[in-house]
Design a protein around this ligand. Structure first.
Ligand SMILES: Cc1cc2nc3c(=O)[nH]c(=O)nc-3n(C[C@H](O)[C@H](O)[C@H](O)COP(=O)(O)OP(=O)(O)OC[C@H]3O[C@@H](n4cnc5c(N)ncnc54)[C@H](O)[C@@H]3O)c2cc1C
Length: 384
């Protein structure tokens, strides 16, 4: 089988297949082995439990313990990767108008067995003593959640998959051959035709291009998201959870007395754009941060980057599994900004779909491509 895209999703699928006893050959086609522009390398590594749909909660239930054991599970010849899972928690602030919805969401999350707490303002102060809670009615807090080092996680999956027999080829898929009974091969930029009855699209923000090669329209587009890295004043000397302000602005501690922060620009046009601009920080993010944490008035912007979300513009959720018509064409795409944390469960689910033709560990069948035809969208409200 061929997996197109060898970053996090492709490598998790390769690892899971081989770990589960798949007895075919696994070829991972990756055009850029430096992963410089992959979403994985440019992510901020957030792992959370506070989702609004059952399927995403089921996925999170599998993933959190997986990341807790990640270094051990990915050990190769006595060497362990460093996912550096910092379980500082995930904190969503809620304003008064949204508070009833957040309480309902919290009830749903806890009814599904998620460890999520509802915090009153004074309890938020215990976590972030410098916060100004004007306009904040309360928060939800997932104490087992937090953030990982995306590079550590990527390296862990890639090395483990290779050690188990996955072959990584540096080349680009440019065409997919589809016959009446399904896919039967992939053509590469270097001119090679690789015969295969199974092709997996794990091309991240470029999933739509790979779909076109197989004659399929996948509703996933690249969407720029910018991240800012700032030095905090010395008095701010504790680690904070991955915190989401009432407006969707986020910040979290980064090593070395720094924070990472960002906010989705609602007017961002679809397209491949890696240009990093400071204007969003100075015009919008910094004033908002300084209002929420007055000490951040003295932040120093040190740098940042732009990466791409693979945005599923229909319901902001992953598209998983075999295409209903093109047999042998599998997808693990459209993660809309929450794919890093979903990689372990998605890898497992795709392994089951490919080997067994069904899902056993986490039932993600509602995230199949067929949902669009059937108008059964799985809308995830908790998107950042
Ligand atoms: C700024 C930012 C912050 C984020 N924060 C979070 C977060 O906090 N938590 C979270 O869970 N997620 C987050 N995400 C999302 C997360 O990074 C992605 O969902 C996840 O990394 C997707 O992994 P992937 O392997 O599908 O895609 P990618 O990492 O983009 O990998 C796709 C790979 O496919 C390769 N490829 C593409 N086309 C071809 C082709 N034709 N032939 C060969 N190779 C090809 C590319 O070179 C690339 O390496 C964030 C993303 C961004 C941009």
């Amino acid at each position: 089988m061929v997996i197109i895209g060898g970053a996090l999703m492709g490598s998790s699928i390769a690892y899971n297949l081989l770990n589960d006893g798949f007895n075919g050959k696994v070829l991972v086609l990756e055009r850029d082995p430096t992963y410089e522009h992959s979403s994985t390398a440019l992510s901020i590594g957030g792992i959370r439990q506070q989702f609004g749909t059952k399927v995403n909660i089921d996925i999170a239930r599998y993933n959190v313990p997986f990341f807790e054991q990640f270094d051990e599970l990915m050990e190769v010849d006595g060497e362990r990767p460093h996912a550096d899972f910092r379980q500082r928690g995930y904190l969503f602030f809620g304003r008064k108008e949204k508070w009833p919805v957040m309480k309902k969401l919290h009830e749903f999350q806890t009814s599904q067995g998620m460890e999520v707490r509802l915090l009153k303002p004074h309890e938020i102060l215990e976590i972030i003593p410098h916060v100004n809670l004007e306009g904040v009615a309360g928060a939800t807090f997932g104490p087992r959640a937090g953030y990982v080092d995306p590079h550590g996680v990527l390296n862990g999956f890639v090395k483990k998959a290779k050690s188990m027999g996955a072959r990584y080829l540096t080349d680009e898929a440019v065409n997919i051959s589809v016959k009446s009974n399904g896919v039967n091969g992939v053509k590469t930029r270097k001119g090679e035709w690789i015969q295969s009855p199974i092709v997996v699209n794990a091309a991240g923000p470029f999933a739509r291009d790979v779909g076109v090669m197989a004659g399929i329209d996948i509703p996933v587009d690249p969407l720029r998201r910018m991240v800012y890295e700032c030095k905090t004043p010395n008095e701010f000397n504790y680690e904070v959870p991955l915190t989401i302000n009432t407006t969707g602005l986020y910040f979290r501690t980064e090593t070395g007395g720094r924070i990472l922060t960002g906010k989705s620009n609602e007017d961002e046009p679809i397209g491949v754009n890696f240009t990093w601009e400071k204007a969003l920080f100075y015009d919008e993010i910094w004033p908002e941060l300084a209002h929420r944490i007055p000490l951040f008035d003295r932040l120093r912007l040190q740098g940042g980057w732009a990466g791409l979300y693979a945005e599923n513009r229909l319901d902001h959720n992953a598209i998983l599994g075999e295409h209903p018509e093109v047999k042998g064409f599998y997808m693990a795409v459209g993660f809309s900004g929450h794919g890093l944390q979903q990689a372990p469960a998605v890898g497992k689910a795709l392994s089951e779909a490919i080997r067994l033709g069904r899902y056993e560990t986490v039932d993600v069948s509602c995230l199949g491509m067929a949902r669009f035809e059937m108008e059964q969208l799985i809308i995830e409200e908790a998107v950042i």
